[in-house]
Design a protein around this ligand. Structure first.
Ligand code: NAP
Ligand code: F7E
Length: 368
C-alpha cells in the first residue's frame, strides 16, 4: 500500500522533523501552508523541491480548504500539528486559539468523514501535557485527571475529547499523543528554552546585555523534538487507536536550564534574590561580564495562570510502542541547542540588526 501523509503545521518545529522522518520512510508527504506577507519557511526550505514532498495552501480556520485538500491528497495518515501553540499568546488571542486548536481538530475529522476516508485514513492529534495544567498528580500519566489552566489548554482539551468521541462514535483510527515539552535547534524563539540558548549565545558574543525571564521556578519535562516525531508515527502504527503520554520522565526548572545553557558558553551564574527580584549574576567567565546581572526577572513574562509542575510518565509508550524516552538526555539537549545558537549568532552578520531588534523587543517584553 502506498503511504500518503498529510501534515498540518508542516512549517513548525515538529512538522519539519516529521516531514524528514516520513520522507526517509518512503512516504509521499503533503503539507499545509498558509499565505503570509513574508514567505518565511525556514524550517522546511531544505525539503522544498525534493520528490514526494508537496505543499498546499489551506487554513485550519477554513473548512472548505481542508475538505478539498483531503479529497485531492487521499491521505492514509493525517498528522494534525497545526496550532496557535504559544500558551502566553493564548491569553491575548483566546478566540483565534480556540478556533484553530479546538474547532480546527473537528474540521479535520469532518474533512475525513466528508470524503468517506474514515476506514482508510489514520489521524494523529497533537495533544499536550498542558491538559494536566494545575496538576492533580505528579508525575502525570494517561490516567491523570486533566485540569487545563490557559485558553490554549482549554482549546486543546476540546481537541482531545472530540478525537476520542469520533473514535468511539464512528470507529475511526484517531489518537492523541499527549506530548510533554519538546525542544530543538528549530524551536520557536519565544519559547523559554530557545529564548535562553539564543540569549546565552548573544551575551557570550557581546550582542546582548541581559536576558529577562518570567517564572524561574517553573518545572518542565523537556525532551528532544526529533525523538518525539518518531513516536507520533509509532502511535499510528499501533494495532489499535490509543492515546499515549510522551515524555522523558525527567524534570528540571527554568533556572536549571538557564544555568546549564550559560555554562556551555563559558559563563557561570549565581542566582540571588527571590521572585521578581531574583538575578543571575556572572561569577566566572569573560572578565567584562564578571559581577554583572546577566539574567533578571520581568513580570511581563508571568502568565495570569501558569502551569508549574509538569513531569511525564512514559511507561505506556515504552512498553507498547517500544519507544526510548532516554535517547537524548537533558544535558545533551541543552548542549546541542547552545552549540547551534552559538553558530547562528556568529553567522548573523548582515541580519544582525534585525536580530538585535528582536532581542531588544524580547528584553522589553514587547514580543512575548
Ligand atoms: P509550532 O512550531 O508553533 O508550529 C505550529 C504550526 O501550526 C506552524 O506550522 C503554523 O504555521 C501552523 N498553524 C498555526 N495556525 C494555523 C492555521 N490557522 N492554519 C494552518 N496552519 C496553522 O508548534 P510545534 O512546537 O511544532 O508543535 C506542533 C503541535 O504540537 C502544535 O499543535 C502544538 O500545540 C503541539 N504541542 C507542542 C509541544 C511542544 O513542546 N513543542 C508539546 C505538546 C504539544 P505558520 O508557520 O504559518 O505559523
Ligand atoms: O514556557 C516559563 C513559563 O513558553 C515554559 C508549547 O510548546 O509546551 C509549550 O508550552 C515555562 C512556563 O512553554 C519565560 O511560564 C519563564 O512555565 O517555553 P514555554 P509552555 O508554556 O510549557 C507545551 C507542552 C505545549 O503544548 C505548547 O504548545 O517557562 N517561563 N520565563 C517562560 N516562558 C516563556 N515563553 N518566556 C519566558 O521568558
Amino acid at each position: 500500500m502506498k503511504h500518503i501523509a498529510l501534515i498540518t503545521g508542516v512549517t513548525g518545529q515538529d512538522g519539519s522533523y516529521l516531514s524528514e522522518f516520513l520522507l526517509a520512510k518512503g512516504y509521499e508527504v503533503h503539507g499545509i501552508i498558509r499565505r503570509s506577507s513574508v514567505d518565511y519557511r525556514e524550517r522546511i526550505a531544505h525539503l522544498e523541491g525534493t520528490p514526494h514532498f508537496h505543499l498546499h495552501y489551506a487554513d485550519m480556520g477554513d473548512s472548505m480548504s481542508l475538505v478539498k485538500l483531503v479529497d485531492l491528497v487521499q491521505p492514509t495518515e493525517i498528522y494534525n500539528l497545526a496550532a496557535q501553540s504559544h500558551v502566553q499568546v493564548s491569553f491575548d488571542a483566546p478566540e483565534f486559539t480556540a478556533d484553530v486548536d479546538a474547532v480546527g481538530v473537528l474540521r479535520i475529522l469532518e474533512a475525513v468523514r466528508t470524503n468517506h476516508l474514515e476506514k482508510t485514513c489514520r489521524i494523529y492529534q497533537a495533544s499536550t501535557s498542558e491538559l494536566y495544567g494545575k496538576v492533580e498528580e505528579v508525575p502525570q500519566n494517561e490516567n491523570t485527571p486533566f485540569h487545563p489552566y490557559s485558553p490554549y489548554a482549554v482549546a486543546k482539551l476540546y481537541g482531545f475529547w472530540i478525537v476520542k468521541e469520533y473514535r468511539e462514535a464512528y470507529g475511526m483510527f484517531c489518537c492523541s499523543g499527549i506530548l510533554f515539552n519538546h525542544e530543538s535547534e528549530r524551536r520557536g524563539e519565544t519559547f523559554v528554552t530557545r529564548k535562553i540558548t539564543l540569549a546565552a549565545a548573544r551575551i557570550a558574543q557581546g550582542k546582548q546585555e541581559k536576558l529577562f525571564l518570567g517564572n524561574l521556578d517553573s518545572l518542565r519535562d523537556w525532551g528532544y523534538a526529533k525523538d518525539y516525531v518518531e513516536c507520533m508515527w509509532l502511535i499510528l502504527q499501533n494495532d489499535k487507536p490509543e492515546d499515549f503520554v510522551i515524555a522523558t520522565g525527567v524534570q528540571h526548572s527554568v533556572r536549571e536550564f538557564t544555568d546549564l545553557a550559560f555554562r556551555h558558553v563559558g559563563i557561570e551564574l549565581k542566582f540571588e534574590g527571590e521572585g521578581i527580584d531574583e538575578k543571575g549574576i556572572c561569577v566566572s567567565g569573560p572578565e567584562h561580564l564578571v559581577g554583572k546581572a546577566l539574567v533578571e526577572v520581568s513580570k511581563d513574562f508571568y502568565r495570569p495562570t501558569d502551569v508549574v509542575n509538569l513531569w511525564g510518565d512514559p511507561t505506556k509508550a515504552k512498553a507498547k510502542l517500544g519507544w526510548d524516552p532516554g535517547k537524548t538526555s537533558f544535558e545533551q539537549l541543552v548542549k546541542l541547542m547552545v552549540e547551534h545558537d552559538m553558530g547562528k549568532v556568529a553567522a548573523e552578520g548582515a541580519a544582525e540588526k534585525v536580530r538585535t531588534n528582536l532581542a531588544e523587543y524580547l528584553e522589553k517584553g514587547i514580543v512575548k
